[in-house]
Design a protein. Structure first.
Ligand code: EAX
Length: 338
């Protein structure tokens, strides 16, 4: 009898041990660490959004999934980080749509100048059927498009003169994002376009390798361009979005539950990120003036005149992104609330 009891006890202990081991193994197997690289400083909404996303994923996974944020291009430029995601050595980043256009040509449509009238209109297009259909094309390039974040309306800064009319751009050396449309846009207005990653830009401005750049107020502020740029002219020539993307190699290994958790965190982080961008943008103009920048408003009439001068560039890039895509884009804008 005693032997039978001993066997039963040993059997039960073995079952408990196995369950614990499986349970522990299962828990350990689900522990996930990920890297999120941004190209802008801690104070910029791109990095604020990244930290919020990491915090939400940590909360929703009860500490199982730890995303570490590396800001200010610590992990490389926007394009280097896109390559790292595609290779599976980095898990998240959030570049401008402009650099993604080098991987998926349809992203170029968002850079067509003077397309959006307001942030509200932009959100409707990005979050609607058209914007989501373009996001889906990233999977062909081993990337997962999760959401569109806000960079904002791009304005022109330079160290030479106020830009009051298009002709004032003649001969100015302007850094552009590494994107053919932006290169053609400024060449089309008579400037000399010099593409480079944003993390090389401050030095290029400081050494006068370039005279000018164009970015939303929040980038000018976060990158301290006011220390090396005297003039800011509100061209508002494009509304720029950044795309929260994940490595497909990483994403494909996740459980359905963890993917759902990350999508929920992405939605909540996007709301937070866009609000932070609007709040900081509303204050940045006055703060840039206080930091010594001379800010002039480019008139609507002159902006319209710039748009007309750029028609050949717009036509060329509508063809480049695909006429169907361009038409669907402008139809989505027409339907969107302003
Ligand atoms: O998304 O490279 C740029 O100018 C972009 O606006 C931004 O800094 C990165």
């Amino acid at each position: 009898m005693k032997a039978l009891k001993a066997m039963t006890l040993r059997g039960s202990l073995a079952i408990v041990a196995a369950a614990l081991c499986l349970g522990t193994t299962a828990a350990v197997a689900q522990e996930i660490k990920a890297k999120f690289g941004t190209s802008l400083p801690d104070s910029h909404p791109q990095t604020l959004g990244a930290r919020k996303f990491a915090e939400l994923v940590d909360q929703k996974s009860k500490g199982r999934i730890k995303i570490t944020v590396y800001s200010g291009a610590q992990l490389g430029s926007d394009q280097q980080m896109q390559a790292a995601l595609r290779g599976g050595t980095q898990e998240f980043t959030a570049p401008s749509t402009a650099t993604l256009a080098n991987l998926v040509k349809e992203f170029g449509v968002f850079g067509l100048p003077f397309s959006f009238a307001s942030e509200k209109q932009a959100y409707a297009v990005f979050d609607g059927e058209f914007g989501q259909s373009i996001l889906a094309k990233l999977t062909e390039k081993d990337l997962i498009g999760l959401a569109y974040w806000e960079n904002g309306f791009r304005h022109f800064t330079n160290s030479k003169r106020p830009i009051v009319k298009a002709e004032d751009l003649a001969g100015i050396k302007v850094r552009t994002m590494q994107n053919n449309l932006y290169i053609d846009l400024f060449a089309g207005l008579g400037a000399n376009a010099i593409p480079m990653p944003v993390n090389e830009l401050f030095t290029a401005l400081e050494t006068k390798a370039v005279d000018a750049q164009e970015n939303p107020y929040t980038v000018v502020q976060a990158q301290k361009f006011y220390d090396v740029q005297k003039y800011l002219s509100t061209t508002g020539h494009a509304y720029d979005a950044q795309v929260l993307i994940a490595s497909k190699k990483f994403w494909d290994k996740l459980s359905d539950a963890d993917r759902a958790l990350m999508k929920e965190a992405s939605r909540e982080a996007t709301e937070f990120q866009r609000q932070a961008s609007r709040d900081l943008n509303a204050k940045a103009r006055a703060e840039l003036a206080k930091a010594g920048m001379q800010i002039n408003d480019v008139s609507d009439a002159e902006r319209q005149r710039m748009r007309e001068k750029l028609q050949p560039v717009i036509a060329k890039h509508q063809t480049a992104v695909g006429e169907d895509t361009a038409k669907a884009f402008f139809d989505a804008i027409a339907k969107a609330p302003k």
